[in-house]
Design a protein around this ligand. Structure first.
Ligand SMILES: Cc1cc2nc3c(=O)[nH]c(=O)nc-3n(C[C@H](O)[C@H](O)[C@H](O)COP(=O)(O)OP(=O)(O)OC[C@H]3O[C@@H](n4cnc5c(N)ncnc54)[C@H](O)[C@@H]3O)c2cc1C
Length: 426
């Protein structure tokens, strides 16, 4: 059962403008009903309203209650796979198209922040760090490829000594610094986007879980107390989709990831950990990702699990991972600890598609949704209004089902994930 309010997290404690709740409790008619108010759903609703459609957005809990309001806030460059891999898989032309879309995604987030004056502490800079010596050559090659073939000059290779100076730890073998990427307060970003959506005319109903929808024209969407009839529906439920649609569920796997926030460290203490206030993500299979908050805490994400439950003590689950990077924080208090559920796909590329001509979806952003989801909403809006070329580029990415389907996929996934996370430890 989905809980009805926000979880206890650093983001909730510092959220701006969590407004009054309106629940769906009557029968409604609209052009488009969007289900799920994370980045994807809110962005789709906003872009559709800007195109002149009447939009209702239904959220089971609160705006940004899911992964969008709980994540590491890292705004990445590119798709979840490197350009060299995309070229190998899909050829150079398609890899370039995917790159262009990802660049637009980053631009779109920054542009929305400016346009709607969203107070989400955006800061530029993302340092990817090589956890293993053998990662270094791959990092160097990808930087050369991006600079030469994609004319992307905001990234550079950072040698080991410089990474140590930047991070106050010497566990890494090198890294890449990407000044086109960055980090932000994700809950405040999605709340700001939702405010813009409301201003554009979107009606948002929270605490209104959709129980079922019909695959008909128009679509009939049922919550406990309301029915929405809509010409189009957009499904944006991601890791929280559960059993709402079995076909979509088979393409994704919900997994849980966890974050802790230290007590405030002061300007000097914080800069001793991350000198230039950039976001950091390492190259492990279960990625360590961290950054400073606006009030100079270390927000450290690391550790995941693959069950329906979170660990009983999340702080103690993540703390040892943080101490491996920063043993000097041994005595530092942990003020917040929380987890969230994200949807991964088998190939880690997002899964976009249509259940039928008037029902669209985008899901499975696999740990890289902060950037790509706002664009996903825009591409859905374009497709609904009849220009589907760019949506189709994403929809044509293969979305294989997890072996074993929705019932039996867990044992295989758990074995696979544990194998790779064990390799991290070795
Ligand atoms: C701990 C953690 C750290 C992460 N760190 C990063 C990061 O640093 N960078 C990055 O790029 N990505 C990161 N991610 C991934 C990123 O958060 C997601 O890819 C992104 O938020 C997905 O957005 P979304 O809108 O598709 O889904 P969500 O934000 O999960 O939204 C789905 C919404 O649908 C609602 N919903 C579900 N079912 C129903 C229903 N039946 N009726 C109505 N509403 C429903 C849910 O309540 C939820 O609010 C992280 C994820 C987690 C969990």
């Amino acid at each position: 059962m989905l809980s009805q309010d926000y979880i206890d997290s650093y983001y909730t404690a510092t959220a701006i403008g969590i407004g009054d709740i309106r629940r769906a409790n009557a029968n409604h008619r609209c052009d488009i009903c969007v289900i799920g108010a994370g980045f994807t759903g809110v962005s789709a609703a906003l872009h559709l309203a800007e195109l002149g459609y009447e939009v209702i957005l239904l959220e089971a809990n609160r705006v940004g209650w899911g992964a969008s309001g709980r994540n590491g806030g890292q705004l990445h460059t590119g798709q979840r796979k490197w350009q060299s891999e995309l070229e190998e898989l899909f050829g150079r032309t398609r890899a370039h198209e995917l790159w262009q879309l990802a660049e637009e995604a980053k631009y779109l987030v920054k542009n929305r922040i400016l346009k709607h004056s969203i107070q989400c502490d955006y800061k530029p800079g993302l340092l990817h760090t090589a956890y293993k010596k053998s990662d270094v050559q791959d990092y160097k090659s990808e930087v050369i490829k991006l600079r030469q073939d994609y004319h992307y000059h905001q990234i550079r290779y950072v040698p080991r000594e410089e990474v140590s100076e930047m991070l106050g730890t010497d566990i890494y073998h090198g890294g890449t610094l990407d000044n086109g990427a960055g980090h932000l307060h994700p809950l405040n970003y999605v709340l700001g986007l939702a405010r813009a959506a409301r201003e554009a005319g979107v009606v948002i109903y929270e605490n209104s879980p959709v129980l079922e929808f019909s695959q008909t024209e128009p679509v009939k969407i049922k919550t406990q107390k309301a029915t929405v009839i809509a010409d189009y529906a957009v499904l944006a439920c991601n890791g929280y989709l559960d059993k709402l649609n079995q076909n979509m569920a088979a393409q994704i796997m919900p997994i849980n990831n966890f974050i802790i926030a230290t007590e405030p460290l002061g300007e000097q203490g914080a800069r001793q950990l991350i000198r230039d206030d950039v976001a950091v993500a390492d190259s492990k299979f279960v990625v360590d990702y961290y950054r400073l908050s606006a009030d100079k805490r270390l927000l450290f994400g690391g550790g995941e699990n693959y069950s329906s439950k979170f660990p009983a003590n999340i702080a103690e689950f993540v703390r040892p991972v943080m101490l491996k990077v920063y043993p000097q924080l041994k005595k530092t208090k942990i003020d917040y600890a929380w987890g969230g559920t994200l949807a991964i796909t088998l190939n880690r590329l997002p899964s976009f598609g249509k259940l039928q001509s008037n029902i669209f979806y985008a899901q499975g952003f696999s740990g890289q949704g902060v950037c790509l989801t706002t664009l996903a909403g825009k591409l859905i809006a374009e497709a609904v209004s009849g220009t589907a070329e760019r949506f189709d580029i994403m929809a044509e990415l293969p979305s294989p089902e997890f072996p074993g389907g929705t019932l039996l996929r867990y044992p295989g996934l758990v074995a696979g994930m544990l194998y790779y996370s064990l390799k991290d430890k070795l």
